[in-house]
Design a protein around this ligand. Sequence first.
Ligand code: MN
Length: 699
Amino acid sequence: MADADLLIGEVAAYLKPQDVEHIREAIEFSHAAHQGQTRQSGDPYISHPIAVARTLTTLHLDVQAIIAALLHDVVEDTKITAEQIAEKFGKPVAELVDGLSKLDRIRFETREDAEAENFRKMLLAMARDVRVILIKLADRLHNMRTLESMPHEKWERIARETMEIYAPIANRLGLNDIYRELQDLSFKHLHPNRYAVLFKALKVARGNRREVVGKILDAIRQRLAEQHIQADVTGREKNIYSIYKKMQSKSLAFAEVLDIYGFRVLVNDFAACYLALGALHGLYKPIPGKFKDYIAIPKVNGYQSLHTTLFGPFGTPIEIQIRTHEMHKIAAAGVASHWLYKSGHFSTNDLHKKTHQWLQELLESLSQSSDSSEFLEHLKVDLFPDEVYVFTPKGKILSLPRGATAVDFAYSVHTDIGNRCIAVKVNHELAPLRTELRNGDRVEIITAPHAKPNPAWLGYVATGRARGHIRHFLKTMQSGESAQLGERLLNQALQTLGVKPQDMDEAHWDKLLKDTGVKSRQDLLADIGLGRRLNMVVARQLARVGDAAPSETAANTVITIQGTEGMAVQFAKCCRPIPGDPIIGVIKSGQGLVVHTHDCPALRKGRSGSEQWLDVVWDKNITRPFEVGIKLVVANQRGVLAKVAAAIAEAESNIENVNFTNEGEYTALHFTLQVNNRLHLANIIRSLRKIPEVMRIIR
Ligand code: MN
């Protein structure tokens, strides 16, 4: 393993001996775990994690990151578990590996530009630790370097993903070298022919240019020396992809693009940057409008440099970048320059502190320009967002505020989806609607045509959109349903007065609304349904039959309960009536109609003058299930609950809830069951009686 020795040599140059020892162990561990596996190229698998780790040593990443890089595919591809890694290499390393596995599991599937930005944010949000992203980028870099040996039909997907997702992330984090290499490798596999042509042309051009470049280099060095400015001056090559882009975007021929010479001037301090600029502007004339001061106003990824373009000796433009050595380190390593810079005397605390510290340092090194706050803003958004990014079943990405639940998701897809949602699958598994969504979740809402929003949702939704829609729906539903009930109550009252409801025309209604001061017929009916007005009183007013006390017949009016009245009809929690039970209705002001059983003790006790009693009966064709409470006293024996639950399921009922209380040598089980009617309940009780341990059943 020659490459393993190279890695050891590289880390030994900047890490402590005991860290190097841990890395040696990690190589052994990874080697053993991947034993027998090979890459597509035929190389032993271990060559891949070592290559990934070696990319990270160029950034001087810390020992945890190097070990995590070595183990990054171990959990996904071998029998080793996250626990084993935590035990052997510590929890922080295991967490880095876990973060990487999570990123591996999500795939970029759509082709839309807008989605790519969201996907990048999702990756950054999921990574949480900057090191996870750095390892991921190094992983992708090596996979791209070896893409050649992958089957041809996989090139496009992987190269496109790299171009649209990973290269921009590398750029955003300021990892210039990795950014450019990822671009060139993607371009090479997306457009092999164009790449080959440009590659060849560039090789030829380089030979021709050598002389010109040498002359300009000499002139620049001499001028800087005359002005006593210490500087390293180098010629700069564009990467192939940026040449291609320039040709495309500016419709330039290859020769025209290449007819620009690039140089880089590295100096010792900040002031020398501007001195060098002045010296070079004296050497060759600057092209107006091309000067950019990224030292005073750094780019959002922290990049600092002076850029200027000069008229060269042969009339060719010369692009020059001037910056300090320190700025150059940041330009090459970006976010990682923190490690590059500080490694050695750098304590490994938690990541937030680290990232924060890095930000602070970078901010301090930035001049106090208005842009530095924008820079901070960007990193905050990307690394610690207040948002979660989740997938729709079609692979689209939605961004929701942190804490958002499945119900929020449903409403953000469509109001109708929200109003009709009944359940959710998160990552293909059924979950409660209140489930808080996490980055990368794939969310699928299950709807039912007649489902309605539940008031309980208001307790956990996080978006204003969901809240608004739920409130709106409940309000209209409540008044709509109450109005329907109100209409039935009013019609029955009219009939007992001997008036046909259809005889009540507009004139009657207009007069009634005027008399009562209610805005609309709908509101008035809703008032009756909610018990704010008595049906008999309104009926009399409407039919103008005088003020006589309600006749005895009115009390005998019977209302049919269908079970689908929604919030206008409630079933009392004290007695939980089910179809088949003799029932009675009570209208309480503001509550609407509440249905109790005839023998409900709470009803007898709580009777007051402010309520109206109504005779109600069950409709014959009720199909919806009702909740009923039963209490079972059972012997304390193992497996009783399982037996009881099995019997209940056998009788085709659902258990909504169960509680236990201890009653000496017995246990009381308090069930809430779903039943269709009294007969159904009787069947359930009969089969429960057959269980020997069941002593008593009380409804
Ligand atoms: Mn890998």
